[in-house]
Design a protein around this ligand. Structure first.
Ligand code: SF4
Ligand code: SF4
Length: 76
């Protein structure tokens, strides 16, 4: 199970990731980062497949992919 993390302060709002996400999960945030750009944010994070396309196309290394380990139930 994978998930992404957006480093808002690195993002310049170029929208490449938004245009390439096959699931249309990325949008520009209404808020502004310290550089004066509207950074990308993810909608419906639970729908992200972790395909990594946004991570690969970002020229500013503003997106990271994480492997999320499911929490295992303790044995009874
Ligand atoms: S990892 Fe894939 S599905 Fe998830 S936000 Fe990025 S491009 Fe979209
Ligand atoms: S591709 Fe990178 S810099 Fe461009 S909007 Fe997406 S996260 Fe921001």
């Amino acid at each position: 199970m994978k998930t992404i993390k957006i480093k808002e302060e690195r993002c310049k709002g170029c929208q490449l990731c938004i245009n390439f996400c096959p699931n249309g999960l990325l949008v520009l945030s209404k808020k502004m980062n310290k550089k004066g750009f509207h950074p990308t944010e993810i909608l419906h994070k639970e729908k992200c497949t972790g395909c990594g396309i946004c991570f690969l196309v970002c020229p500013d290394v503003a997106i990271e992919i994480y492997e999320k380990q499911p929490i295992e139930k303790p044995e009874k």
